[in-house]
Design a protein around this ligand. Sequence first.
Ligand SMILES: [Zn+2]
Length: 464
Amino acid sequence: MEVRPTLLCVHPHPDDEAIACGGVLARTSATGGRTVVVTCTGGEAGENLAGIDLGDEDLTTHRRREMADSIAALGVDEHVWLGYRDSGMVGTDDNDHPDSFHAADLDEAARRLAAVVRRVRPDVVVSDDERGTYGHPDHIKAHHVTVRAVALAADPAAEVAGEPWSVPKRYVHTLTKTRLWQAHTGLVAAGLASPFGGADIASPDDLPFGTPDGQLTTVVDVRAWLDTKRAALLAHRSQIGADSFFINTPDDMAVALFGIEEFVLENGTSGSLDGELEDDLFAGLSAVPRTAPSDVGRGGPIVDPVRFREVLGRFVTGVTVMGTTVDGTPHGMTASSVTSVSLDPPLVLVCVDRSAAMATEVTAGGVYALSFLADDQAELSVTFADPDRPTGHDQFEGVPYRTATTGSPVLDGAVGWVDTRVVGVHDGGDHLIVVGEVVDLGHDPVRRPLAYHAGAYADLAERA
Ligand SMILES: [Zn+2]
């Protein structure tokens, strides 16, 4: 079964998906995840800020086309209109419109959204925070509707279409005081209009909104998708006036302002084991999207690859066979870029070539074991490194192994082994850095390890 980690983002208006979550949506789509956006209202109370010529079209119809362009730019798989009317800013007549989202019955709106949640079965749901980020009534409502919908979706007794689905992680997107302060001071210093006003803002505490930094749980680096995020934003052409800081912010400042997205995990277990900030919404989930190649080194290699191998070959490593399992089918691959990372929690890492089948298998399986080969197992190292080896069970033909706690294969005769659950998949250029938390391990005190050095197997006994 194909495992596509799924991100569902709930936003009150067309354009909020690009502003608040454009980076994580683009990143998830680009790395093989599935993305779904729900927009609660049609943005009926918005104005044609850019003063563009709409021809015969009304603004609401036009904004639907803008929304479709934004969704296409972000590579979002599915877009859903929840069907409410924009409530407008606080104190405007739009607040009292009978179809307004703000006036909608909470449970009724939550049941609509819960039906989407049950059908989509997302791993991660993101919405506004309880303050509605900057206080717009639709943004506040979107938060409460999402919280209620996630609860209803999981409740077997709820009157909602579809099978119950319990969302593993629910987040709110947010902006910390520190980040807003950086934006404000940066814009002012550059002689640009700050959305927070002028000189009366003397410290981060004077900002009209913003989350205290200590509440933050997750920061996602979306710099590699900044152009995509910007394209989605610009798709909402009627909403971006000439004075918008979204288009006027200088490039270097835009990277700092829009190149990271901040979140607070409100339901579910953090994928960060040591209280550090998560760097991925899918952290700790068994299905994590693969990260795309970074921009690092895009200007061409500074170092000759042959020389790189030659020099790094001077570093003596052991040799392991990495094994994972997807729906009961084992997969194996020789791996020597393996490191012990942390004792508490017990973490190891293994680097996997992005083009290797293992890259797909381990991210889908969410588990792996490493068998440290013994000095009489060099042949197995060759077998599991052969690009033409069979796949699945067949590659273990004649190879004695057992199944560890996570279901991953551990080879008999190894000098040591660890069995792990994937807690992070990170960008490592043309490789993925796959971090696993060790859940079980063992070793053979008698056998000797196989060592690898300068492209050949080395006998440690000879040198002892
Ligand atoms: Zn909005």
